[in-house]
Design a protein around this ligand. Structure first.
Ligand SMILES: Nc1ncnc2c1ncn2[C@@H]1O[C@H](COP(=O)(O)OP(=O)(O)OP(=O)(O)O)[C@@H](O)[C@H]1O
Ligand SMILES: [Mg+2]
Length: 258
């Protein structure tokens, strides 16, 4: 459903943010990406969303080359980005034009547990409810792909765990392919079929961990702890690699000045 082949991104500043990324995400798979700050996770997500274009290589979604934002892809960011003057319902229906909105909006709101808040304004919502509204907005057209960039990282620990459970329920609705960027190893391990560990700079895939634990996953389980240890080790390796690269003269992350 998502395919990156030899994808690199160099920004006009000369910074090589991502280099040679090959990655495939199958239909209905949940993939989480973890890695140190600045290693290029959001850049990769933006390339998949069509919000930015690669310098080289190709990004495909559902078999089509990504050439800009598309209706096949819903995106949720760290902040809900709701329009404060519109109700929850109008925020969710905002991107729908000239089509029947009432049914899909009601269904999306019910799926995220906000059926009773359709007429509320964003200022009347808690942080978790606002983010659930953002998820409903991303999924109202049932896009086959949902991209989430640290969607729960500004929420308190209780709300975060609650929303992780909600997200799995929402996934069960029509099983979209999910690509989740997170700083939270437990979040990655609770949600994902596969965790990709990124290292930077430039950002590249350091390791992949297949999380073959049944759901719902128990964070206190020994098998879960074994995955936590493994992810911590891979992350540690990726941070050390990054520091080593930063200290190497002629490091490839910046273009030679001309
Ligand atoms: N538009 C841009 N122009 C120039 N450099 C950019 C741009 N966007 C990102 N970068 C740089 O590219 C690198 C990767 O950024 P990115 O936002 O993808 O990292 P990240 O892994 O998502 O980090 P974080 O975990 O802090 O969100 C960083 O060094 C960042 O400064
Ligand atoms: Mg980021």
């Amino acid at each position: 459903m998502i395919q990156l082949s030899g994808v690199s991104k160099r920004f006009p500043t000369g910074l090589l943010a991502v280099s040679g990324v090959d990655m495939t995400v199958e239909a209905s798979e949940i993939v989480a990406v973890i890695g140190p700050s600045g290693c290029g996770k959001s850049t990769v997500l933006r390339l998949i969303a069509g919000l930015d274009s690669p310098t080289s290589g190709m990004v495909r979604v559902a078999g089509h080359r990504v050439e800009g934002p598309s209706r096949s892809v819903g995106v949720v960011f760290q902040e809900p980005r709701l329009m404060p003057w519109l109700t929850v319902e109008r925020n969710v229906s905002f991107g729908l034009h000239g089509e029947e909105t009432a049914g899909p909006v009601a269904e999306a709101l019910a799926r995220v547990g906000l059926a009773d808040f359709a007429d509320a304004l964003p200022k009347e919502l808690s942080g978790g409810m606002a983010q659930r509204t953002a998820i409903a907005r991303a999924l109202v057209t049932k896009p086959p792909v949902l991209l989430l960039d640290e969607p729960f990282s500004s929420l308190d620990a209780f709300t975060r765990i609650d929303l992780q459970e909600h997200l799995l329920e929402v996934w069960g609705w029509y099983r979209p392919t999910m690509f989740l960027v997170t700083h939270d190893i437990d979040e990655a391990l609770v949600l994902a079929d596969r965790v990709i560990v990124f290292s930077g700079q430039p950002g590249s895939i350091e390791a992949e961990i297949t999380v073959d634990l049944p759901r719902p996953r128990d964070r206190t389980d020994l098998a879960f702890h074994a995955f936590q240890d493994r992810a911590m080790k891979e992350l540690g390796r990726s941070s050390r690699d990054r520091q080593a690269r930063a200290q190497t003269p002629g490091s490839p992350s910046r273009a030679p000045s001309s």
